[in-house]
Design a binder for this molecule. Sequence first.
Ligand code: 9Z3
Length: 346
Amino acid sequence: MQTDPQGSASFSAESYFATQPAPASLDNDRQRVRAFVRRQSEQGNKVVLVTSGGTTVPLERNMVRFLDNFSAGTRGATSAEYFLKAGYAVIFMHRQFSLQPFSRHYSHSTNPFLDFLEIEHKPAPNESLSTTPEITVTPEKREDLLSVLTAYKKVHRDGTMLTLSFVTVNDYLWLLRGVSEELSEMGRDAMYYLAAAVSDFFLPRQKMSEHKIQSGKGSLHIEMDQVPKILKPMVDEWTREGFIVSFKLETDPQLLLPKCRQALERYGHQVVIGNDLNRRKFEVVFVSRIAPKKDPAHPAATNIDDDTFTESWLRLSEKDTHTREIEEDIVNELVRRHRTWMNNGR
Ligand code: 9Z3
């Protein structure tokens, strides 16, 4: 663990996992992932890990208060559906109670399913007999429901989705490491799609108050530590040759591209998808590296200084925002790039 000039600590991934407790469900989750990966591998399916939703940061061990991240899990849940449609098996690792593939279409706040069910009273053949009323779907909602339900049932029948959940940033980090290590068995056939909104700061267990923080002493000062940059060990150690896609969220448009490039430079993975908080539903940018140029004098060596980045924007037109989802285009583009990546490695 290192201490910066202000005295706050920054954990390496190694010191983090050596000092912070693993969630109780970790071993069981790993076993489920192992069995799922084995089955998909036998069936010749590619697998994508989709992380989704926000992480919490508890302030007390007996937790009453926590900090949260804004994400509803729309990006992750929507993308998971398009990956399934593209023939991938999906490990859907999401924040408990955030949106999930398929059921997201009928979220209680935007499209409550009870609103499009109707009770139909069938006339009794004999007045002395009473019949149980039937429940039907409002005609104008039937077509949409049928298409969602058909895709949902198929995924269940085929067993191509495994769902895991996390709540805290600690749960997330342990689970991400565990799932990545299991999935790395698939080598280049695995994709990692990191859409969860992960807290940058946390309170280590050792600094947490055991009981509810009491008021009465005026204002509250909490100093948080930095969450370790886990993309580095993820790329270098946990995922053998997997195709890794991370998301970068910013609110200042000036920072978006530099931050995406910086992430690629630091971690050396395949794609960073940049998105602005307020424009994320209709605009994203793909940033990746152009293969380093060879030095003609030393054909075996690559010149790091020559590295450059490519950036391509995906945008939905004003008209399309009401009828299409940008995740469809994101997933199609990634499936194409993943195929090239797999072919290049073989
Ligand atoms: C994203 O940028 C996602 O696209 C959103 C999706 C969280 C914006 P919603 O769930 O939102 O559809 O409401 N995710 C990654 C955010 C993040 O924490 N990235 C880390 C960073 O920026 C790196 S992995 O440092």
